[in-house]
Every structure is written in C-alpha cells, then in structure tokens.
Design a binder for this molecule. Structure first.
Ligand SMILES: [Zn+2]
Length: 399
C-alpha cells in the first residue's frame, strides 16, 4: 500500500529522508514530523502469526526476534514492565490493559503478584502469541486496539514496542484515549529516531536497517507536540540508551500524583547510560523497591529487591543486594556475610561507607516499620542515628 498522506495528520507534504536496506523509502511529514514508510509491504501483519517470528528463528534476517521471545522477554522487558506493577500497587490504579501483549510475559508477572484476574487484560493481533498467552490462563483477546471494546475504562494502558508496528496511528491513539479513564495513565515504549542523526547517516541510519516490520519512526518533536496536544496534557519523555540502541519511554496522564511517581522512577533510571540491559533492570528494580516501600508496600518492595538481585550481572552488586534482602528479613548474620563478601578486597573505609549507605537506604526508604519499633519516643532523625550506631556496632564488632 502506497502512503500519500501522513498516517497521523493526513498532510500530503511527505519528504523522503532515507532508503531502508529493503529498498523502501522512508518519509518525514513536514507538518507533524512523524516519520513513516512511503509504502507498507503487503500482508506485513501475517508475520506475527508465524512461530518463527517469536521463537528466535526469525522470518528473515531483519524480521522477528533474535531470541525466543517467551523465554527472554521476562528478563529484557522487566524494568519497563515493572513500571506497571509499581503503578498498580502504589496508587488506586487497578484496571490495566496491555496493547500488544504478545505471549503475555507482563500479564504473567501480574498474575504472579496475585493481582486479581479481573483487573488486567491483554490484546494482540498475533493469533500465535495469543494462543500461548491463553495456555497460561491469562485474560487476553485476539483483537486490535482499534476494534477492541470494553464495558469499563482502564486506569493504566501500556504499550511496549508496539506503536512502531501500527498502520493507522490515528485510530490507534483515538482508541487509547477512549479506553482510558479521566485520570488514567498511558505508557509507551518505542525505539527513538533523531532527525539530525537521519541527516547525518541517511540510508545507513541503524533504525532503518533493522526490524523491517516497523512502519513508523517517532521523533521527540512528534511525541511532545502532537501527542500532548491530542491528549490535552503535557507528556513526559525519557530516553534510554542501551548499547547502541536508543529507546523512548513516555507517559501521558492528567493525574498529578501519577506524574510525580513516574517522573521520580524514571529519573532514577535515565540518569546514567547503562550498557547492559540486565544491570539496568537490576537498578530499576532496586529503585522501584525503594519507592514501593515509600508507599508502604513493604512486601512488594521485598519481592522487587529479590528480583533485582536475580537479574543483576555484577556479582559484587548482586551480593550487596542479597545482603540488603537478608537485612530486611531480619536475617542479620546472613546479611553481614553478604555485605562482607560484596566488598571483599576493597578498602575498609569504602566498605563501611557502602554498608552504611545500604543500611541507611534500608532503614529510611525501605523498612520504616523497623525504625518504628525501635526507640519509641525518639524523633525519626534520632532513630536513624541510633539504628546506624547499632548496626555499625553489629557489623564491625569482630574487628
Ligand atoms: Zn503529519
């Protein structure tokens, strides 16, 4: 199908910016700055029904997942998806829809967190993926968001790496707006493209030589101007660089509380460039754990912290996290062993500093209940000090 008018604003002013490796010309709308294919390959969505798209075999060199999606996505998508768990658990938000849920990795995580079945839903256009999700007894439906109908609206709508596959962006975004509660939140995660980089690299621009199933490419200008105008509220956009790829995580909500919570979470993880996806997950999980505790969700905070250890690839950091988990569980001897092991061979000053940091984090941000039970009558600040001294004595009494 030849594209003569912009898939968002319908402007006919489309200028070629590059040629993909599959020969398709990529154009940029001069009105709204959406970048799209000048021609959509026939039956492009049929590939999503094939097992090879998901199992790592791939449809062709540039179409399909490099690894088995169902096995690897729970690790690679963990931190994006974690946002949802945090939002679902930390506020009054409880009805959730994932657009493009594939085999249901995220929904499965919600299921494991004992979130009631009637609160989360997933939709996808892949018959193959939906069948796998159904085998997991998840609430999923084989339908596109454009055709999806629900009696009740949703508090959270999430779309991970889905928007770039969409043919009719206008109806897609319209359906999201219609299905979202007044104070709900729409979160999306998409690959980033930059106009100045396209101008620099032209046909060799990396996003144009991978994932030939992508139809749309989103610039920051488009997201910030067009989507915020459409939803009638400001939009928060964060960029993440993982290896050589850059992705954008954005969210739209009219709720002040949700805006604050997500900005805090995302600022934590977007601060530094993380080369390794697993460490990013680990850091994100750690931060989310701290935040969950702040919202009084101690049990959830503990489970997040445990997951943070599991996905971390730096052994010293993992051990440190395990120390924190043990500490929080009140297993002090075990915690001490982990902490000492974590800083083996490092200067003692550094070690003690880090342990203090860990304890302080644990006490201040994580297990406030612990502090409450100690030194009744003390102010929080004095309790902190007291706890620091107690634990410093405990950890270093052998020395
Ligand atoms: Zn346009």
């Amino acid at each position: 199908m030849k594209i003569n008018n912009c898939l968002w604003c319908e402007s006919g002013s489309l200028l070629p910016v590059a040629k993909r490796k599959d020969g398709i010309i990529v154009v940029c709308c001069q009105n709204c700055r959406l970048i799209m294919l000048s021609e959509i390959p026939e039956n492009i969505s049929e590939d999503y029904n094939k097992e090879d798209y998901f199992n790592g075999e791939k449809i062709s060199e540039n179409v399909g997942y490099n690894e088995n999606y169902d096995l690897t996505s729970p690790i690679y998508l963990y931190w994006q998806k974690l946002l949802l768990l945090t939002s679902l658990r930390s506020a009054t938000y409880d009805r959730f829809l994932e657009i493009g849920c594939a085999t249901g990795s995220l929904l499965q995580m919600l299921q494991e967190e004992n979130i009631p079945d009637n609160e989360y839903f997933g939709i996808d256009i892949s018959n193959f993926a939906i069948n796998i999700a159904k085998q997991k007894k998840l609430n999923v439906e084989l339908v596109s968001i454009e055709e999806f109908r629900s009696e009740k609206k949703f508090d959270v709508i999430f779309s991970v790496e889905t928007m770039e596959h969409v043919e009719n962006l206008k109806t897609y975004i319209k359906s999201i707006k219609e299905n979202l509660n007044e104070n709900g939140i729409f979160l999306f995660y998409i690959p980033s493209v930059k106009i100045e980089e396209i101008e620099k690299y032209n046909d060799d621009y990396k996003p144009f030589s991978v994932n030939f199933e992508h139809i749309l490419y989103f610039t920051k200008e488009f997201i910030e101007n067009e989507l915020s105008r459409y939803f009638d509220t400001s939009i928060s956009v964060y960029e993440f660089s993982i290896g050589s790829d850059t992705s954008t995580l954005g969210f739209i909500t009219k709720s002040y509380e949700q805006k604050e919570l997500f900005n805090e979470l995302l600022q934590c993880v977007s601060k530094e460039k993380i080369e390794d996806e697993k460490n990013k997950s680990s850091e994100f999980l750690f931060q989310a754990s701290v935040l969950s505790a702040k919202f009084g969700k101690y049990q959830f905070a503990e489970s997040l912290l445990e997951k943070s250890c599991i996905v971390c690839s730096d052994p010293s950091r993992t051990t440190f996290f395990f120390g924190l988990v043990s500490f929080m569980k009140g297993e002090l001897y075990k915690a001490k062993q982990y902490f000492l092991q974590s800083f083996q061979g490092k200067p003692i000053e550094n070690t003690s500093l880090k342990i203090f940091y860990g304890i302080e984090n644990a006490l201040l941000k994580y297990n406030e209940n612990l502090i409450k039970n100690i030194g009744v009558g003390y102010t929080v600040k004095r309790k902190r000090k007291l706890m620091k001294i107690l634990f410093a004595t405990y950890f270093f009494r052998d020395k």
